[in-house]
Design a binder for this molecule. Structure first.
Ligand code: ZN
Length: 276
C-alpha cells in the first residue's frame, strides 16, 4: 500500500516536471531556433557526489571522485578554447539529477555532457560506452547501466519501478527529447570515436537508455561511461593522471569538432579572439 502511494506521488511529480519542461520548450527553445546561435556554452555534469558515491572499485577508486576530476580537466581545456563551461557540481556535493537538468536548461547550454564510470559484477568486462537518451534501452546491459545511474533519483523520490515502464512518463519523455535526438546521436558518435583512440581501452559502442539526467534536457545531450571501475586493470588505469588527461583530451576534441559542425550547419562564425 505504502509503495502504491509512493509510486503515485512519484508519477504525479514526474508528470508535472516533464509537462513544465515540455511547456518550457515551446517558450524557450523555439524562439531561439529562429536566430542562428553560436555554439559557446557547454554544461559538464560530473556524475554523483556527496552521499551518492556512484560505483566503487575493488582497490578503492570512487566514481564520484574520478568523474569530478575528469570533468574538471575537460572544463579547464574547453575554457582555453573560448568555450563557456558551466559545471553541475564543482566539488563533492550531492545535487539531485533533476536539478542538474534544470540548471542546464536555465543557462541554455549548447551541449550537455554527463561523465560517469561503469560497473558490472562481471569482473573481466571493460571498455568505454557513450549513451544518448531513449525511453527504451538498446539492450539489457544498457538498461542495467541506466538503472544504476538513476538510483539516487529513484531513492530520493521513492520510485519502485523503472521509469521506462511508466506510460505517462514515456509519452511526455518522447515529447521533450525528440527535438535534439539527432544531434545527441551525432555527438555521442563523435565522443565514442574519439574515446576509442585511447590505448588499451576497447570501444563498446554508442547505446541508448532512459537516463533521468538526460530526460528533459533542452539541448543535445550525451552521457559517457569512461571505463569500468569494477575491472581491476581498468581501475588501475583510471587512477592514473595520464589516463584521465587523455580521456579529457579526447572528450574536448569531440566537443570542438561538434562545435565546428554545429556552427557550420547554422551558418555562424566560430569565436576568434577579436569577437570575444
Ligand atoms: Zn555514474
Amino acid at each position: 500500500m505504502e509503495n502504491l502511494v509512493k509510486r503515485r506521488m512519484f508519477r504525479a511529480w514526474m508528470v508535472r516536471t516533464l509537462f513544465c519542461v515540455a511547456l518550457g520548450s515551446m517558450w524557450i527553445v523555439r524562439p531561439a531556433a529562429a536566430t542562428p546561435d553560436l555554439f559557446d556554452t557547454v554544461v559538464i555534469d560530473a556524475g554523483h557526489g556527496g552521499k551518492d558515491f556512484g560505483a566503487c572499485g575493488a582497490k578503492g577508486l570512487q566514481e564520484k571522485e574520478l568523474v569530478l576530476d575528469v570533468a574538471q580537466r575537460v572544463a579547464k581545456k574547453l575554457r582555453t578554447q573560448n568555450i563557456d563551461v558551466v559545471m553541475t557540481r564543482e566539488d563533492d556535493t550531492f545535487i539531485p539529477l533533476d536539478e542538474r537538468t534544470m540548471l542546464a536548461n536555465e543557462i541554455r547550454g549548447d551541449l550537455f555532457l554527463s561523465i560517469h564510470a561503469n560497473a558490472t559484477p562481471v569482473k573481466n568486462v571493460h571498455g568505454i560506452e557513450t549513451y544518448f537518451l531513449s525511453l527504451e534501452s538498446s539492450d539489457a546491459e544498457a538498461d542495467a547501466v541506466a538503472s544504476r545511474e538513476n538510483e539516487s533519483f529513484a531513492s530520493e523520490r521513492g520510485a519502485t519501478s523503472p521509469l521506462s515502464e511508466d506510460p505517462l512518463t514515456a509519452i511526455l519523455g518522447d515529447l521533450v527529447m525528440t527535438e535534439h535526438l539527432v544531434e545527441s546521436d551525432q555527438f555521442a558518435k563523435l565522443a565514442q570515436e574519439k574515446l576509442a583512440l585511447l590505448s588499451g581501452v576497447p570501444s563498446r559502442g554508442v547505446k541508448q537508455a532512459p537516463f533521468v539526467v538526460l530526460m528533459g534536457v533542452q539541448m543535445p545531450a550525451s552521457l559517457v561511461e569512461i571505463g569500468f571501475i569494477t575491472n581491476e586493470g581498468e581501475e588501475k588505469k583510471l587512477k592514473a593522471d595520464s589516463h584521465r588527461e587523455e580521456i579529457a583530451k579526447q572528450l574536448v576534441a569531440a566537443v570542438l569538432e561538434y562545435r565546428d559542425r554545429y556552427n557550420a550547419k547554422r551558418g555562424v562564425k566560430p569565436y576568434t579572439t577579436s569577437t570575444r
